[in-house]
Design a protein. Structure first.
Length: 682
């Protein structure tokens, strides 16, 4: 098809494009390599299959914004198909033999080629319509607000002045020109003929070109150059745009670390005497996979849609964090790629100080991200720097840290850790009294020291005794798991607490551990392996479910005490550890009507206590997180908000007090124990 001069020009332009694009991709890789640790390739075949599956099915994107996501899916499929289309078009343009071979196909080969042309024709229209919709969405449709930020969010200056819109328009115009020119080129070929049944849309457009063969041949060449030449001109710009997510998102799924749960934080090696930095002050202090996040980010803002801090008006936007990272990287790409130390701190440029301390560690941003980003991990690395390197953190956390270090609990209470069991009319054996136990009940700090949460522990003990469970407690040997220390950025304190607890637990060697606090569940079961502790840990609602299924709990004695109940899924139970059915099955045994809140199970909205928030004043915003969630519970009309976490309980008790009305707050096991306290027949 192409003349010799055109072929030479194409080859020269292709060489330039390949070289310039390679330089950009090389710099991207060099910047990622500046991070700590490594990219993870263990189980590469499984990772590759997962990355391919997510890319093709768009299953992570389709979680929310279904209509927009379906259109995006069509564009993804079309753009992916165009890889094949462009290869064939280039070969046909450069080599007459290829073009002739395609024209002379017959039999099965012709059938395959016809299917290829039909698919290309349909997907061309899908892409053009989809991109046109996205342009309208960016500019005029009401849902354009999905792509904006609150006024109090810290943004890179270019982002604040509309650079994201400019970038999106450049890419959108390129796609329209590329796909549109190729589509029109096919219409030109059909022009003057009776049409092509395998290219219905191109046939529909073809009459606008007339039947002048010479003119159409020249136009065909021009459109080929717009379509293919446009790729060569655009690809050097590609590594600097958000649309690099087309290949960086699959790379993210391919190389991200394997975690025991969404929220498992990485440890710090305090025995490394050469380590000078703890936590992240600069970009290069982040792990490689978290730098890769900035390149993979699609800038869709879905993470901020589900972020409890952002939704309630705080300064935190997980999306803005990743976007700001990317823009600062783009500004300093050459220096970073050449190994120069960045001269800007993450805090104050990519995220504000208030935003750093507003995170509740709910992991909703990680769970919802269609490209596998983990902005929450950046926040905790920055917190570590603030605590361990700068000694700059909220004053209230200092009291919690001191309490954990000196009294073994963040309340800083010095009384017996076993006082919660005083006055119980059922036995609570310690491991010394019952060394052959089947289940170790890890009581936790809240149930040991908080007056409201103590009833949860007492209720569980009553239930286990009634069911004949062979259990024991550590008593005074138990200590704080250190969850609030780790989430509060004090990794060294967490290291000390976790190491000591692992030593204690390994000595008693528990067959299974049951907890009433999801934060204890998470740390003991999902993070203590980092310190040599491998344990089977279950939530008390899972134990209750087991006992009910085994017929070891008495039948409901007082059905109808509560006519209806709504269950709040704690973040560290549902989203972090995928335990959503056990509490519901336990509640179902009570014979109550279970009313679901709109946001439930793994999509639950946070109570506001996680991420060490329980121990400090909530960052300034439009509304308190616990009030937002409690109001959602009130709207169900339920008599009781059932919980499975002592911190959720306290947050909702506080919200109920502030509202002056609303459903009572009960732990699931409290409701079970209440049923058992009345003899059958009453």
């Amino acid at each position: 098809m192409l003349s010799p001069i055109e072929k030479l020009l194409f080859i020269l332009l292709a060489l330039f494009s390949i070289g310039a694009t390679y330089a950009g991709l090389r710099d991207m890789y060099a910047v990622i390599q500046r991070g700590e640790g490594k990219l993870h390739f263990s189980g590469i075949l499984g990772r590759a299959w997962k990355a391919l599956r997510i890319y093709i099915t768009q299953e992570t994107t389709l979680k929310t914004r279904r209509f927009v996501s379906l259109i995006h899916w069509g564009v993804v499929l079309g753009f992916t198909y165009y890889i094949l289309v462009n290869i064939i078009d280039v070969l046909a343009g450069l080599f007459e033999e290829v073009e002739q071979a395609l024209e002379n196909l017959d039999g099965f080969g012709l059938a395959v080629y016809d299917a290829y042309r039909l698919m290309g024709d349909v997907l061309s229209v899908v892409v053009l319509v989809g991109v046109a919709y996205f342009i309208l969405r960016r500019l005029v449709l009401p849902n354009k607000d999905d792509l904006t930020y609150h006024d109090n969010i810290l943004l890179h200056p270019k982002v604040a002045h509309g650079s994201q819109l400019t970038d999106s328009m450049i890419v959108a115009i390129f796609i329209l020109l590329h796909v549109g020119a190729r589509f029109l080129g096919e219409s030109v070929i059909i022009a003057g003929s009776e049409g092509d049944v395998f290219m219905p849309f191109a046939t529909l457009v073809s009459p606008i070109f007339g039947s002048d063969a010479a003119a159409n041949e020249g136009l065909r060449h021009l459109l080929w150059w717009v379509a293919i030449g446009g790729i060569l001109l655009f690809t050097p710009y590609f590594p600097y745009t958000k649309h690099a997510h087309l290949f960086m998102a699959p790379a993210n799924f391919l190389t991200r670390p394997k975690r025991t749960s969404l929220g498992e934080l990485r440890p710090i090696d305090f025995e490394d005497e050469d380590r000078e930095q703890f936590g992240a002050d600069k970009l290069e202090h982040l792990p490689m996979t978290q730098i890769l996040d900035a390149f993979a980010c699609i800038q869709c803002n879905r993470c901020q849609d589900v972020c409890p801090a952002y939704v309630t008006g705080k300064e935190l936007s997980p999306s803005a964090l990743e976007v700001n990272k990317r823009y600062y990287i783009n500004e300093h790409m050459t220096e970073l790629a050449n190994g120069e130390e960045s001269d800007w701190s993450l805090m104050g440029t990519t995220i504000s100080e208030s935003a750093i301390w507003a995170c509740t560690s709910c992991a909703a941003c990680i769970d919802i991200c269609p490209t596998g980003n983990e902005p929450m991990m950046d926040i905790f690395d920055i917190r570590r720097n603030q605590v361990l390197m700068e000694a700059d953190f909220p004053d209230e956390l200092a009291a919690a840290f001191n309490g954990m270090e000196r009294q073994g609990n963040p309340w800083g209470i010095g009384e017996s850790r076993f006082a919660w069991a005083d006055g119980l009319d059922v036995p609570v054996p310690t491991v010394e009294e019952n060394p052959d136990f089947d289940i170790l009940y890890w009581v936790g700090c809240a149930a040991s020291y908080d007056d409201r949460a103590k009833n949860t522990a007492r209720s569980l003990v009553k239930v286990m005794n009634a069911a004949g469970v062979n259990f024991a407690v550590l008593g005074e040997m138990e200590n704080c798991t250190g969850d609030s220390a780790r989430r509060g950025g004090n990794e060294y304190l967490y290291f000390e607490l976790a190491s000591a607890n692992v030593e204690t637990l390994n000595e008693v060697n528990p067959p299974r551990i049951v907890v009433t606090c999801p934060h204890c569940l998470h740390n003991l079961g999902k993070e203590y392996h980092q310190f040599g502790g491998e344990y089977e840990v279950i939530h008390h609602t899972e134990l209750i479910e087991e006992l009910i299924q085994a017929g070891k709990l008495p039948a409901t004695a007082r059905p109808g005490t509560w006519s209806n109940v709504t269950f709040h899924d704690p973040c560290y139970l549902g989203r972090h550890n995928d335990i959503v059915e056990a509490p519901r099955n336990a509640l179902s045994s009570l014979g109550v009507d279970l009313i679901e809140m709109p946001r439930n199970k793994k999509n639950s909205f946070c109570c506001g206590a996680g991420g060490a928030q329980f121990w400090k004043e909530e960052e300034h915003g439009e509304q308190a997180v616990n009030l937002a969630r409690y109001e959602e519970a009130m709207q169900t009309g339920a008599d009781v908000v059932a919980v499975g976490c002592p911190f959720c309980m306290q947050m909702f008790e506080s919200a109920r007090s502030d509202k002056g009305e609303g459903p009572q707050v009960k732990d699931v096991v409290e409701l079970i124990a209440e049923q058992m306290t009345v003899p059958a027949g009453d």
